[in-house]
Design a protein around this ligand. Sequence first.
Ligand SMILES: NC(=O)c1ccc[n+]([C@@H]2O[C@H](COP(=O)([O-])OP(=O)(O)OC[C@H]3O[C@@H](n4cnc5c(N)ncnc54)[C@H](OP(=O)(O)O)[C@@H]3O)[C@@H](O)[C@H]2O)c1
Length: 344
Amino acid sequence: MSRPTARVVHLVSRPVGEPTTANFAFLDEPVPPLAAGEALVENIHQSVDPYMREEMDETGGWLLNAPLEGRALGRVVESRAPALPVGTLVHHRRAWRTLSVVTPGETLVLPDLPGVPFSAHLGILGGTGLSAWVGLTRIARLRPDETVFVSAAAGGVGTAAGRIARLLGAGRIVGSTGSAAKVRYLTEHVGFDAAFDRHDGPVADLLREAAPDGLHVCLDNVGGDHLEAAIGVMRDHGRIAWCGAVAQYNSLQAPPPAPRNLFDVVGRSLRLEGFLVRDHLDARPELYDFLVPHLRSGAVRPDETVVRGFEHVVDAFLGMLRGANTGKMLVQLTDGPRRSGPAA
Ligand SMILES: NC(=O)c1ccc[n+]([C@@H]2O[C@H](COP(=O)([O-])OP(=O)(O)OC[C@H]3O[C@@H](n4cnc5c(N)ncnc54)[C@H](OP(=O)(O)O)[C@@H]3O)[C@@H](O)[C@H]2O)c1
């Protein structure tokens, strides 16, 4: 019986500084016959994420000329796994290919959430939104009426954090981003009270202007000058949830200097705590309970930039690192359901 062919992407060289398309290659690979317990998934959406830049380095997890790891949503099209019948919609981590062979143990069958946009499973309801939820609720313990700063606010985690903070009753929500258009998007569509373009001056000055009464909470996605600025503007007993450091992923050898005001953490009794979302997957039901009614009603809509066509997956990844996205950067490989659930 003839077998389908998967289009796949491999890493073929390691970047120094900013990665380029030359670091990747597209290949065609025949899909082998399924073994018992395996299923074949046609991928519908793929996520491209900042952490992947770290995976590209010698010290990262990605091997050269080998399958790459990444999150995807897809539909089972062939199965020898009773738990994954044909037609099942799943989340898995064997992205960077059009067709993936998976087993039930490494696959999440998507919950039935009628009326919820399907792609939200990779964005605001996926690891991206979960990072925002965990950072704000478990790490920083945001309380109503507090002032919160979110860095890289117009990205996937940032927009989710802004929307969640608003629903949690935050007082003032302030964000940093990379363009005037994104500043407008944050204040006009996402619910931020103030936002600034990080290119418009020293971040410390821009943040102080946007949060003149100081910050109770910071969710930092950038590190470097953003973290230093946040420490400088925190109120006594403020809490910083350190989520990521996108400012340094391209500069492994020479990362931006650590905050020079780190000792203010002591002087103002601050709490600075890093976290990885993978240690908080048990929070997913909380996130669903909190957000699904708002997604269903349309009160919250996922913020996404969707690049169409698997042939553009590398461009989408490189673009995301440069800030080409507003909201979560996703690649749409093929037509899929627009909404979750049986009515999809
Ligand atoms: N701890 C965890 O478990 C966890 C989980 C998920 C994500 N994260 C982290 O959360 C952060 C955001 O991830 P995401 O998936 O939502 O990505 P994202 O924010 O959607 O995309 C990355 C954004 O970073 C901004 N950026 C790029 N270079 C920058 C620089 N030098 N300084 C400041 N901003 C820069 C760009 O936006 P602008 O043009 O607006 O600046 C770009 O759109 C990343 O640091 C990521 O590693 C952590």
